[in-house]
Ligand binder design. Structure first.
Ligand code: 13P
Ligand code: SF4
Length: 305
């Protein structure tokens, strides 16, 4: 019998890759789908931390990342020994980590969050009277501290793609629009950008905002996130004027180099069993990383359609 192959693709992959997938989604949706997939092979057209999460949640499956180079700057900017020392310097705090982190990083965390559920999980912890430290995304943490008045100590790594969105370039772009203009943004963007956004949320959250937009059709909607999701937005609402937000140089060129390593040839090869096998995590490493992920999934099951 031939192996059951399930292909997952993040919204940031190119349209032709999304069309090869059984499921397209954000980090949270893809984690849940991977956990429940009845598959011998899961091909994860995303980046390494996503494929590792799939393996941790579905250890029976062979998980394959099409290109071994698909990392994430939030992972590569985080030195694990330094993170451990930082975490140990806050012994009475709960350590909340963004899912954009390595398995080793997750194992040093009490909770994992995605951009979809981070607001609710941290609000829940503060409501319980807990003190929280947040890693690895400095921009996301700064936004949460600003938005809700928290004082979470923050780890300092950034998404090299979203960190390039720039307030001055946005002001210029807004000034060039004659009618109404909106900004929707991913929380990995810098705080000054998020402060002027009409909506801040995950990739799925932004897509839902676009789907349910009821305002002027002539309005310009600037989208501050990776360019892949513009495809899904245009498909959902071809009637809207959706424009990628500019970065500091004024260009609209925010593409994640790691996501874009998922080429058609690489995904096809992965579906045939080639590519980077996520088989290097020990059972102990996976058990330690699974605990904070499962905490999140139990909490957020109700947010996912
Ligand atoms: P989402 O959790 O919104 O899918 O984002 C993942 C990501 O890598 C954003 O850069
Ligand atoms: Fe990582 Fe940024 Fe790429 Fe998302 S867009 S995978 S956070 S580098």
């Amino acid at each position: 019998m031939s192996p059951r192959v399930v292909t997952l693709a993040h919204y940031y992959t190119a349209p032709e890759i999304q069309r090869m997938a059984d499921k397209v989604g954000d980090s949270l949706e893809l984690s849940l789908y991977a956990r429940d997939a009845q598959a011998d092979i899961i091909v994860f057209a995303g980046v390494r931390f996503m494929a590792e999460t799939a393996k941790i949640l579905n250890p029976q499956a062979q998980v394959i990342l099409p290109d071994a180079g698909s990392t994430c700057s939030l992972v590569t900017q985080t030195d694990i020994a330094a993170l451990r020392a930082w975490r140990e310097s806050y012994p009475d705090h709960v350590h909340v980590s963004y899912i954009n982190s390595s398995a080793e990083h997750k194992a040093l965390s009490d909770w994992i969050v995605t951009s979809r559920n981070v607001d609710d999980i941290i609000a829940h912890l503060y409501a319980e009277g807990k003190k929280v430290i947040f890693s690895p995304d400095r921009n996301m943490g700064a936004y949460l501290n600003f938005q809700y008045g928290y004082d979470m100590p923050l780890w300092s790594a950034v998404c090299e793609v979203h960190d390039k969105f720039n307030e001055d370039a946005l002001n210029e772009a807004f000034a060039g629009v004659s009618g109404q203009a909106f900004l929707i943004a991913h929380p990995e963007s810098p705080l000054p950008v998020l402060q002027r956004a009409d909506y801040v949320g995950s990739t799925s959250g932004m897509l839902n905002w676009v789907k349910s937009y009821q305002g002027e059709l002539s309005a310009t909607i600037f989208v501050a996130t990776e360019d892949g999701i513009l495809y899904n937005m245009h498909e959902a609402r071809p009637d809207l004027n959706l424009v990628q937000a500019p970065i500091y140089a004024g260009c609209q060129c925010n593409s994640c180099p790691y996501m874009k390593l998922n080429t058609v040839a690489a995904v096809q090869a992965a579906q045939a069993g080639q590519g980077e096998r996520i088989d290097y995590l020990t059972p102990e490493q996976m058990d330690a990383a699974r605990l904070p992920i499962e905490r999140m999934l139990a909490f957020s099951q109700r947010y996912v359609a």
